[in-house]
Structures are given as structure tokens and as C-alpha cells.
Design a binder for this molecule. Structure first.
Ligand code: GLY
Length: 327
């Protein structure tokens, strides 16, 4: 029987629409009205004798950062956007060791590291040792979304930033009087040891994202890379388990694969988020190493550290909004 060509075209279009709708339906994620976000601005020795005005400045900066992320999530935005925008704010805030305010290297310069991960598809982007990128977290996201790679380092990463048009600055832009003063006193190992920033969030669609950005360790050797741009060590996110951002002595977080191990303990051993974080922060790492912030797939959170303090905050859809420094 000879088929009518118009009829065949009609059947073709109809099949395309049905298959397309089926694809959209199977990929759609259920929207809830629940979200959680946690942030950190570094863990370490933070003297309780700091002036009241300094304490208020830090708490206020944490509140602003947390509000940026909370508002994005409360409006139904994506966790990956909340993570990037919170960290961009912290990179602009000279009180934190990331972006403007990053510590000095041994040579008196700044080398910045950052990474971001989307727990929905495990997509990842990171940059290490960049010297001219105003917002390393944004460049890390560009690596994730615009290249087939995971990590770009050194001049190649700076060049990629220039080519794609992210904001470029002179390395001296990152100088701050406070970091310079501390760098000059660099034999005092208690100063400026920590101060990395990070954010983890779960959005209304159940997608978890995590990001971390840092100037690294004060007085570090030229070329030294810490845990922050290393997925699995300083950052990890997986919708099946949790998202994690770490702060502390990077070498220890790399050796202990801290961020991934928290997720792995949950996935392979059935640990709760708290049990997994306790195992890594309080049993595997020695006191004084640092801390992590994390959110699991059910919106539970952990802010765990083995140092005297950690600049931190948490907000969620139940109305929780809290920022703290010490235990
Ligand atoms: N955790 C930051 C660093 O070690 O570079």
C-alpha cells in the first residue's frame, strides 16, 4: 500500500514530540520548598581576644555572605549559583583569605586556588596558582562548563580567564595592609595559617553543589598547591550522598582525601553525615588540622573542626540562620 507522504511527516513530528516529552519527564527533578546552605571563612587559631569591632566585622561579613546564598535558594535558584555567588562575595571581602585579601607567598605575591563541583552530574572545574583572576571561583566554573578538563593551573589558567573574558586584575590588587603586615612577621606560624572560604548548598531540586576558594597558606613556596582546587581533597559534591568544602592545612586534607572520604563513608558504609565527618575530622586528622562544612541529600548539615575556631554559618528553609566563630 502506498503511504501518503504528508501522513508520514505528521507521524514523524508526532513521534518526535512524544519522545521529547518522555525525555523531559524522565529528567525532570521534583521541586520541594526545602534548601540548606553552609559557609565557612576558614578554620584555625582565632584568638578570643580580638577586638569587639573585629568580631562584629567578621560576623557581619558571614551574615552578608549567607544572605546572598539563602536568597538565591529561597527564590528557587540553583545550588551551583548560590555557591558561586557567595564565594564571589567572600573573594571581594578583604577579611578572608581568598581573592582580595589573599595571603602572600614567600616571594611576596599571591597565587590563588579554587574549585567547584555539581553533585547532580559530578561535573567539576578548578584552577590552581592563578595570579590575575579577580574571582577564581568563577573561572573554576568556566573550566567546568566551557572545557573538557577538570583543572587548569598557572599561566595557562590565567590565559584561559583572559580569553573568555572574566575580570582580570594586576597581582597587587590582592594586596591588603593586614596580610602584608602579617607576612612581614612570617616567622610567627600562628598568623594567617588558615582563612580559606567555602560554600555547600542543596537547592529545592535536591541538587548539591560545593565550592572552595583560597590564597593558600601564608608564605607558601611559589607553585605550592593546596587541597582547595583538588576535587576529593578540599571539595566534593554528589547528590547521592553529600557536598563538602574543607579548610585547613591543605597537605593533610590531600593525604587523607577528606572531602571524598566523607561521601564514601556514607555511600559504602552507611554512615550518617555526622558520623562520616567525625571520622575524618576527629579521628583521622590530628587536632589543629582544620575543618569542613557539609550538607547531605536530606538537608542535614555539619560544621566540624578540630581547631579553636572556624568562621562559619548555616541557613535553611526552616528559618535557621546562624553565624559563629568559636566552639
Ligand atoms: N586549605 C587551604 C590550603 O591549604 O591551601
Amino acid at each position: 500500500m502506498k503511504k501518503n507522504p504528508l501522513f508520514q511527516i505528521f507521524i514523524g513530528i508526532l513521534s518526535f514530540i512524544i519522545l521529547n516529552n518522555l525525555f523531559i519527564t524522565t529528567n525532570a527533578q521534583t521541586k520541594t520548598n526545602k534548601y540548606t546552605i553552609v559557609i565557612h571563612g576558614g578554620a584555625g587559631y582565632i584568638s578570643k581576644d580580638i577586638p569587639d569591632s573585629t568580631r562584629k566585622t567578621y560576623l557581619n561579613s558571614l551574615k552578608i555572605a549567607l544572605t546572598i546564598g539563602k536568597n538565591i535558594l529561597a527564590e528557587g535558584g540553583k545550588s551551583i549559583d548560590a555557591v558561586e555567588q557567595v564565594i564571589r562575595y567572600m573573594e571581594d571581602n578583604p577579611n578572608f583569605n581568598s581573592g582580595k585579601g589573599a595571603v602572600f607567598t614567600a616571594e611576596g605575591k599571591h597565587e590563588l586556588d579554587a574549585s567547584i563541583m555539581d553533585g547532580k552530574d559530578l561535573s567539576t572545574g578548578a584552577v590552581a596558582g592563578v595570579t590575575t583572576i579577580k574571582h577564581p571561583i568563577t573561572l573554576a566554573r568556566k573550566v567546568k562548563e566551557k572545557t573538557k578538563y577538570v583543572l587548569l593551573a598557572g599561566p595557562g589558567a590565567d590565559q584561559f580567564g583572559k580569553e573568555i573574558g572574566v575580570e582580570i586584575v594586576n597581582n597587587h590588587y590582592f594586596d591588603t595592609p593586614r596580610r602584608l603586615k602579617n607576612w612581614k612577621k612570617r616567622h610567627n606560624k600562628k598568623i594567617d595559617k588558615h582563612g580559606t572560604v567555602g560554600t555547600v548548598a542543596i537547592d529545592m531540586y535536591g541538587n548539591i553543589a560545593a565550592g572552595t576558594s583560597t590564597g593558600g597558606l601564608s608564605d607558601k613556596m611559589h607553585g605550592r598547591v593546596g587541597d582547595s582546587p583538588l576535587i576529593n581533597a578540599g571539595t566534593y559534591a554528589n547528590n547521592k550522598t553529600c557536598g563538602v568544602s574543607a579548610t585547613g592545612i591543605g597537605e593533610l586534607f590531600i593525604k587523607n582525601t577528606v572531602a571524598f572520604n566523607i561521601s564514601a563513608l556514607m555511600e559504602y558504609k552507611g554512615y550518617t553525615l555526622k558520623q562520616a565527618a567525625d571520622e575524618m575530622i576527629h579521628k583521622r586528622l590530628k587536632p589543629g588540622s582544620g575543618g569542613i562544612i557539609a550538607v547531605d541529600k536530606d538537608g542535614n548539615y555539619v560544621l566540624s573542626f578540630n581547631t579553636p575556631g572556624m568562621f562559619r554559618g548555616v541557613a535553611n528553609s526552616k528559618g535557621l540562620f546562624e553565624v559563629k566563630i568559636w566552639k
